[in-house]
Design a protein around this ligand. Structure first.
Ligand SMILES: Cc1cc2nc3c(=O)[nH]c(=O)nc-3n(C[C@H](O)[C@H](O)[C@H](O)COP(=O)(O)OP(=O)(O)OC[C@H]3O[C@@H](n4cnc5c(N)ncnc54)[C@H](O)[C@@H]3O)c2cc1C
Length: 421
């Protein structure tokens, strides 16, 4: 069945995925009067968020995590819960009248003379442009260790972890200290389990808030500097907030968190309380896992410890997604498809951080947080911090203005070119 037949008008754009990025693109196109259809393999918007663990809260503050055109409800906390984020996504779709075609997995996208030919699990449809917003942390990567198949206890990937109810009193090994692993350790502790986190590589840890400011707002302030310089500038404040992580058995990366994002394409660990648990002895840090026996994990260096269950955390197919995104983005340059290029890039950015990404794309710095009383309290009348923050705020605002001008120009040029073609 053709798209015209099912929707009464020829759609220009097919958006694959009704997650935050797909919905944001659909809303932006709708506001500009561009017809679009959203194709979603799942049964609801934000399908991936329905599967995340119960305790999950946004690590990024709501002020910068909203999608374009609709803020979070004012009664939401600064870091909304998973349920609140899902409710927000559903409200966002309603607000903009976006009605995704659910249960339609896109299986093939092929170029043709008029644009693209899209094949879904249900039909074939033409589209002038295709937006791929399928997420980059959706597919679990399940690495294997020698002996894991013989381990007698349950072994599950963090994408299948819901809560720690069935782990009460158990010794649980979490492999990997990513943002999921860190929070799952807290959840296990709260459910009466004894979590140990195996950490193979050096890490960067940042707090969720610094001096009362959400960490992404702080990062935005430093954006005018090259990442290495920004890392040096931020280091004293981060050291004060996080403390010495080497005392906890962790190794520090040789470069800072902003350089990490640039160099490795990975966000650092945003600490929501894991380090405090380790300091209090309620969670343990162990070296990387070398192999498993039927009852234990053998760590690098030879130490062996018994466990009742294993959670493989923080290993999502980030690289696969980024590589696919990059290939499509580069291909779009050669195929002269600016819309796809723009949107794939914005989708990747949106996936890296709903907030950070959309701030990059739409240049919307949230100023509400700067007026908060708790921020002023925490600065503690220290003139040095006031001065430093003032300078950073000015630089940040200039950076945002420049970003906004550049983006507006490229969006305007694109639509002019489209209208002329
Ligand atoms: C545990 C966790 C916590 C996170 N917390 C934060 C946070 O606090 N702040 C932040 O900024 N970011 C966070 N992120 C990162 C990121 O912002 C989210 O993963 C976000 O959901 C990405 O949005 P997206 O729309 O790009 O992709 P997704 O939310 O993954 O949506 C992709 C959609 O595409 C659909 N789809 C996929 N393939 C097809 C296909 N072939 N055909 C049709 N539909 C398809 C999927 O069903 C899905 O609905 C987190 C990620 C994880 C995993």
């Amino acid at each position: 069945m053709l798209l015209e037949a099912s929707y009464g008008m020829p759609e220009q754009v097919a958006i694959v995925g009704a997650g935050p990025a797909g919905l944001a693109v659909a809303a932006c196109l709708k506001r500009r009067g561009v017809p679009a259809i959203v194709l979603e393999s799942g049964g609801q918007v934000g399908a991936v968020w329905h599967q995340h663990y119960d305790r999950l809260h946004l690590h990024t503050a709501k002020g910068g995590s909203s999608l374009p055109g609709l803020d979070f409800p004012s009664d939401y906390p600064r870091f909304p819960s998973r349920e609140q984020f899902i409710a927000y996504l559903e409200g966002y779709a309603r607000h903009f009248g976006i009605q995704p075609a659910f249960g339609e997995q896109v299986t093939r996208i092929a170029p043709n003379a008029a644009g693209w030919h899209v094949t879904t699990s249900r039909r074939e449809l033409p589209a002038r442009h295709v937006v791929i917003a399928t997420g980059y942390t959706r597919l679990p990567l399940e690495p294997r260790w020698p002996g894991l198949e013989r381990f007698r206890g349950p072994v599950l990937h963090s994408s299948r972890y819901r809560n720690g109810a069935s782990y009460q009193g158990k010794r649980v090994l979490i492999v990997g200290l990513g943002n999921s692993g860190g929070e799952i350790a807290i959840d296990l502790h709260e459910h009466g389990a004894q979590p140990t986190i195996a950490v193979r590589s050096p890490v960067n840890v940042i707090p969720r808030e610094l001096l009362g400011l959400p960490i992404l707002a702080v990062a935005a302030l430093f954006r005018a500097f090259p990442p290495r310089v920004a890392d040096v500038l931020a280091a004293p404040a981060l050291a004060l907030a996080i403390g010495d992580i080497t005392r906890l058995g962790l190794r520090r990366r040789p470069y800072g968190p902003l350089e990490q994002v640039k160099r490795d394409g990975r966000v650092p660990l945003i600490d929501v309380g894991t380090l405090a648990l380790v300091r209090e002895g309620k969670a343990k840090i162990a070296p990387g896992v070398e192999r498993f026996t039927e009852t234990s994990a053998v760590f690098e260096g030879g130490a062996t410890e018994p466990f009742d269950a294993v959670v493989l955390a923080g290993m999502l197919a980030v690289l696969v997604g980024l590589v696919v995104g990059a290939i499509v983005g580069i291909a779009s340059i050669f195929l002269n498809m600016p819309m796809i290029m723009l949107v794939v890039l914005s989708s990747i950015a949106g996936a890296v951080a709903v907030t950070g990404g959309l701030m990059l794309v739409f240049g919307s710095l949230n100023t509400a947080d700067f007026t908060r009383g708790d921020f002023v309290d925490k600065v503690n009348n220290n003139w040095f911090w006031y001065l430093l923050l003032l300078v950073l705020i000015v630089i940040g605002i200039f950076g945002q203005m420049r970003q906004r001008i550049v983006m507006n120009r490229s969006i305007r040029d694109y639509w002019y070119a489209e209208a002329a073609s």
